[in-house]
Design a protein around this ligand. Structure first.
Ligand SMILES: Nc1ncnc2c1ncn2[C@@H]1O[C@H](COP(=O)(O)OP(=O)(O)OP(=O)(O)O)[C@@H](O)[C@H]1O
Length: 690
């Protein structure tokens, strides 16, 4: 009898290599089946947790896999088990903990996608009424030359893009209900949007916590993670930081994280781009395995080699937004022959069709191909066209899917998402040399530099102006350093947010709350260190209440600068943000009351002082240091001290010195408004991507 783990490995090639399990498929049919099939009638299917498996394969659609008898030889470290297999029987589902779902046929009719080119520039249609059918349990390649519309088609089908999309998309014959569809599908982007400072296992565990929630036990999650990591050949790397993984491993990790909640339909945008041929093969073979387990796996590819081309069950070729071939890779040569464009014997058909699609042999050939396929309507070139079910048959076969009563798209509660995101943020902060270590280091360094420059200026009556300059310099340091750090780092976070949010890992609200909270301890800590150093060495009044006032204003300025950076960082990319953030901060400095006092500001610019958070911060600093009835200052370094009486200085700079609490409230309100604006900008940005 096989153990659950042996059963698990029975259909999995990459995993077997990792732990010394080998599989050989011996067919006793003259036409070898393309898909290895496991016979549950001869092998017991009980799992470690006592569950039994149900069918995960759309057998009627896998013509080549049916009507074959296959012999499966499983070699497990030393033992060899021979099993006969009739492929009409159920296939094992290697995810021993995941409930099997029905395979889904995805069909689209007269699909067009139009984009707005901008003000007065009109519109551009990228997809032109294309049709197509992607069958369940198959690996489908969307091919075409650069700019043909592959990614656009993938975006439209996955629901990543909804604006400008016209036509109908059907799932098992019924109109696609986008929220339900998103619950059963996932989108894996071309670039690997992963957290570089988390290990493979941490990434997986966080994905599991976000997708499965606290109702699934830790042990079950671990079991599922291990199964997936073994399946994807990542088990040996589970303690490796993501940033140290190779391109192919990153790609596999991206897939692994989405497999946690067992999606039925997987969209992959160019999963082979940037990989060497062996990694390409590994990734595509893995996709094939996932498809064989009952999923519809759709990916875009540029120009596969002849070997990779054969891995796909179906290819869909686009040329300038039109379909020029749809069917099995094996049928492509007969198809081209049939339309009078025969492929040379030694020419890779995939290369040839891309050359045709690029218009290398003339535009008239494209017209011929488009009409031969009916722009995707023709299904004759599939492996077994007679076995393809019509929409009506599919509707009869598959019951109406239950509509979820849940309003939110995410699988777990807000509180669960928040706590997992906080935990993830904590791990990242601990390891982040820029956001944490460097930031603390820079604060200590700047504080020591300023201390050396303004040593003793806080208590000396002859150096009040110097001290005033110091207070303004501290404000500029706090506001710009926190702002620029956010502007530089947030756009990278934004790309990950877009992917994870689209794949329903968490709501924007949970993400935003976590981002706001996670940075608080580091900001407070950095600000405390800075304040302690500068306050002591510049000899500000040695009274605890004044120290805390100084610290409170410093911290609120850091938070205001950060919130301002968040608005810019979520609106603009790094290049534009780096230019715009300091520029936009200049009016804040202009209206702070430094240089030109608030009294001397021209009447038509007075409004500026009300919106400048640096004005409230400067007023708060001055109030803390010179207000609140501070006594006469020392005058040891000069024969005459003009501002020996702090009141005189306050009059000169047009500040009252008793507005500390007003300034604190004004800073808190400013932070709240900035945070609200950045939330709205983020939400709009996510919407605009669609
Ligand atoms: N928002 C947009 N505005 C204008 N044109 C767009 C927009 N999005 C896509 N396009 C155009 O649509 C066409 C198809 O783009 P798409 O990214 O889908 O191509 P692709 O086949 O995936 O190309 P590649 O393989 O190079 O990624 C291209 O000509 C592209 O310039």
């Amino acid at each position: 009898m096989l153990t659950a783990r042996e059963e698990f490995f029975a259909g999995i090639t990459p995993a077997t290599a990792a732990i010394g399990v080998g599989i050989e498929l011996l067919s006793n049919d003259t036409n070898p089946p393309t898909q290895p099939v496991y016979n549950p009638t001869t092998l017991p299917l009980s799992t470690s947790n006592g569950k039994s498996y149900t069918n995960g394969v759309h057998s009627s659609l896998n013509g080549s896999a049916t009507n074959h008898t296959t012999q499966l030889v499983i070699k497990t470290n030393g033992h060899t088990i021979n099993k006969s297999n009739d492929s009409n029987d159920d296939e094992i589902n290697p995810f021993s903990n995941l409930p099997c779902r029905e395979p889904v046929d995805l069909e689209f009719k007269s699909l067009s996608l139009t984009v707005n080119l901008g003000f007065r520039k009109g519109k551009k249609e990228i997809l032109h009424n294309v049709c197509g059918k992607f069958l369940g349990s198959q690996l489908i390649a969307i091919m075409g030359p650069s700019g043909a519309g592959k990614s656009t088609l993938l975006d439209a089908l996955s629901g990543f893009k909804t604006t400008g999309v016209d036509g109908s998309i059907l799932l098992n014959g019924r109109r696609r209900d986008l929220p339900s569809f998103r619950r059963m599908s996932c989108y894996i982007t071309q670039d690997d949007r992963l957290h570089p400072l988390l290990t493979v296992h941490e990434n997986m565990h966080i994905a599991a916590d976000l997708k499965l929630g606290p109702n699934v036990s830790y042990e079950e999650k671990e079991e599922r993670i291990e199964d997936i990591l073994v399946l994807l050949g990542l088990k040996d790397h589970d303690l490796t930081l993501t940033k140290c993984l190779s391109g192919g491993q990153k790609k596999r990790l991206s897939i692994a994280m989405e497999l946690i909640n067992n999606p039925t339909i997987m969209f992959l945008d160019e999963p082979t781009t940037g990989l060497d041929s062996s990694s390409c093969t590994k990734v595509l073979e893995l996709c094939k395995k996932l498809a064989q387990q009952g999923r519809t796996v759709i990916c875009t590819v540029h120009q596969p080699t002849a070997k990779l081309f054969q891995i796909f069950d179906q290819v869909y070729v686009l040329a300038a937004g039109n379909c020029i071939y749809q069917g099995s890779p094996h049928q492509m040569v007969p198809f081209l022959q049939a339309v009078g464009l025969p492929c040379q014997v030694y020419h890779n058909p995939a290369d040839y069709i891309i050359e045709l699609a690029s218009g290398e042999y003339g535009q008239d050939k494209l017209t011929t191909l488009k009409s031969a396929t009916g722009n995707g309507k023709c299904l004759s070139w599939f492996e077994s066209p007679d076995k393809i079910l019509t929409s009506e048959e599919l509707m009869r076969k598959h019951r109406i899917p239950k509509k979820s009563k849940k309003r939110s798209l995410e699988d777990t509660s807000y509180m669960n998402q928040l706590s997992v995101l906080l935990h993830r943020g904590y791990i990242k902060s601990k390891r982040d040399t820029t956001m944490t270590h460097l930031r603390i280091g820079v604060n200590i360094f700047v504080a020591l530099m300023l201390s050396a420059l303004y040593y003793n200026s806080g208590k000396e009556g002859s150096r009040v102006i110097d001290n005033y300059n110091l207070l303004f310099a501290i404000l500029i340091h706090h506001s710009t350093s926190s702002m620029m750090l956010t502007v530089l780092t947030f756009p990278m976070e934004m790309t990950i947010l877009l992917k994870e949010h689209f794949n329903r890992w968490y709501s924007l609200k949970a993400y935003y709350t976590a981002v706001t909270l996670i940075d608080l301890p580091i900001s407070i800590c950095a600000s405390f260190l800075f304040t302690s150093i500068i306050y002591y060495f510049s000899h500000q009044p040695m009274e605890w209440p004044r120290f805390w006032m100084f610290f409170a204003i410093s911290t609120l300025t850091v938070l205001a600068g950060q919130s301002f950076g968040l608005i810019v960082g979520s609106w603009f990319d790094v290049v534009n943000g780096t230019f715009l953030a300091p520029v936009l901060n200049i009016p804040m400095m202009m209206f702070a009351g430094f240089g030109v006092t608030l009294r001397d500001l021209p009447g038509y610019l007075k409004w500026g002082s009300h919106i400048s958070y640096l004005r409230y911060a400067l007023e708060g600093f001055v109030g803390g240091v010179y207000g609140e009835n501070r006594g006469v200052l020392e005058c040891e370094e000069a024969p005459y001290c003009h501002y020996r009486y702090p009141k005189k200085f306050l009059e000169e700079i047009a500040m009252r010195g008793d507005q500390f609490w007003f300034d604190i409230i004004a800073l808190c309100v400013t932070i709240a408004i900035f945070r609200l604006i950045s939330y709205v900008v983020l939400k709009a940005k996510i919407k605009s991507v669609k």
